[in-house]
Design a protein around this ligand. Structure first.
Ligand code: ADP
Ligand code: MG
Length: 469
């Protein structure tokens, strides 16, 4: 290993993907091992050329965008093909045969060769397969801003289905909703291994849609209606998703009637959700609704100390105070700054001083959040705006109802990001760059003829800008 070491950023990226992707998707594709860092790149090993091509197409841009968000610098990713020894049937042709795609290009079956790795990963993640093991109560700093929510959460974890059911935790981005919700799951899981399901509302929706497509709705219903505890994250995503709302309504009733604990999180109070059926809204409002507020200065200091201790690094208190003073919006940004300082300390093998902290965190301090818009954000916002799913926008379907929003998304991505048309093509379902150019031209033509489209695009730009703040 040379002077460069971006392994912390890599680890954090993988850990974030593990909580964002479905379990299946994660274990299937994040079978990459960190090898080394160079000045502006990371090399990871992958088990085969086929695997490399797939991962490149699916995740390269997203991983690089995440590395950029975390480190503030452009780190590209190289894939080194290294067949793994332990794996059986590792000839390339077999690998190809064992992966199956359905029409929407989604994997329907795990390749055999990866199943062994799959168990290794699950073992490493020790706790519950869908929960991040570091999201525990002991890692959650309680302050004035969150003590009510945290205490309610502890009560629920000790007494699921009885104390407060259902419970809805709401608050802005990066304030600890997911952490708290998963802490309940983790605690209940260690106390008695009941059937706990954690899923984002987005993945719940996608799974439901898939189940309809594959005539497997009964399996879907069985899975969710038989849970002992159901944790659904970010229910604001369900706005306008009528049939998913309907399905969740019935899931809710079944679980609620049998005293199973249900927990939701949302980025705003339920009363501010739009396009939500009244009966589902009334279910969300039942039980306990608690909010998380941004942490006070003291809490921010405490969070930083706790996180530095947990990572076994030594950063002077005055530096932590400086960070706490300057970054007040949310805990996620606070953590990102700390990660950056830790990486700096590890890289240079020098202690972090006030001066270096100032220098390293210049971009995050004071100035409003950087405009790191990812293609994924654009796709999500546009999909939601036109009441489509994320996979529709990225997918292959060419019906008019989908192509037009997709072209809008391409056009916006071309306007506001630095991605090339080739990269955009990859992100939009593996299309050729000429398709992207053509899509953008279509929108430009329509813009001349229809002034209302301009308004729509302005609205979308605003939604995209607000998406992460
Ligand atoms: P949200 O779901 O509200 O957007 P998360 O739960 O993902 O936020 O929290 C963002 C990050 O901040 C996570 O890494 C989480 O561990 C951390 N975090 C949030 N609140 C606290 C807290 N009170 N104590 C310690 N860490 C926290
Ligand atoms: Mg969250």
């Amino acid at each position: 290993m040379g002077t460069w070491d971006y392994s912390v950023f890599w680890k954090e990226t993988v850990s974030q993907f593990s909580s964002e992707l479905t379990e299946q998707e994660f274990t299937m594709w994040f079978n990459m091992e960190y090898e080394m860092s160079e000045e502006s790149s990371i090399t990871v090993s992958v088990p085969s050329g086929f695997y490399r091509d797939q991962v490149k197409q699916r995740y390269q841009n997203r991983i690089e965008a995440r590395l950029y968000e975390l480190s503030g610098q452009h780190i590209s990713i190289n894939f080194d093909v290294k067949p793994r020894k332990k794996v059986e049937n590792s000839s390339n042709s077999k690998e190809k045969e064992s992966v199956h795609y359905n029409e929407s290009n989604q994997v329907t079956q795990k390749p055999k060769v990866l199943s062994q790795k799959h168990t290794e990963i699950s073992q490493k993640r020790t706790t519950h397969p869908q929960l991040r093991m570091e999201y525990t109560f002991s890692n959650f700093v309680i302050g004035e801003n969150n003590s009510f929510a945290a205490n309610a959460a502890i009560a629920i974890a000790k007494n699921p289905g009885k104390a407060y059911n259902p419970c809805l935790i709401y608050g802005g981005v990066g304030l600890g909703k997911t952490h708290l919700m998963q802490a309940i799951g983790n605690m209940a899981w260690t106390e008695n291994e009941s059937k706990i399901i954690y899923i984002s509302a987005e993945n719940f929706t996608n799974e439901f849609v898939e189940s309809i497509k594959n005539n497997k709705t009964q399996d879907f219903k069985n899975k969710y209606r038989n849970a002992d505890m159901l944790l659904i994250d970010d229910i604001h995503f369900l706005q306008k998703k009528d049939s998913t709302q309907e399905e969740l309504f019935h899931t809710f009733n079944t679980l609620y009637d049998s005293n199973k604990q249900i927990i939701f999180t949302c980025d705003r109070p339920v009363s501010e959700l739009k396009n939500l059926s009244e009966r589902l809204r009334s279910r969300f409002e039942r039980g306990l609704n608690v909010d998380l507020q941004p942490p006070t200065y003291e809490t921010r200091c405490a969070i930083l100390s706790k996180k530095t201790d947990a990572r076994g690094v030594n950063i002077p208190q005055e530096v932590l105070n400086l960070v706490a003073k300057n970054i007040s919006s949310n805990v996620r940004d606070l953590e990102a700054s700390l990660t950056k300082l830790i990486a700096y300390a590890e890289l240079t093998k020098k202690p972090v001083t006030l001066e270096t902290a100032q220098q390293q965190l210049r971009d995050s301090f004071g100035a409003p959040k950087q405009n790191n818009v990812t293609i994924e954000t654009i796709q999500k916002v546009v999909a939601e705006y036109f009441s489509l799913s994320f996979s529709d926008i990225k997918g292959k379907k060419r019906t008019k109802a989908i192509s037009f929003p997709r072209q809008v998304a391409m056009y916006i991505a071309r306007e506001i990001t630095e991605y090339s048309t080739t990269e955009l093509g990859i992100e939009f379902g593996g299309r050729d760059h000429t398709t992207v150019i053509h899509g953008c031209q279509k929108i430009e033509e329509r813009l001349k003829a229809e002034p209302s489209l301009e308004t729509t695009i302005q609205k979308l730009n605003k939604l995209i800008k607000d998406y992460n703040s």
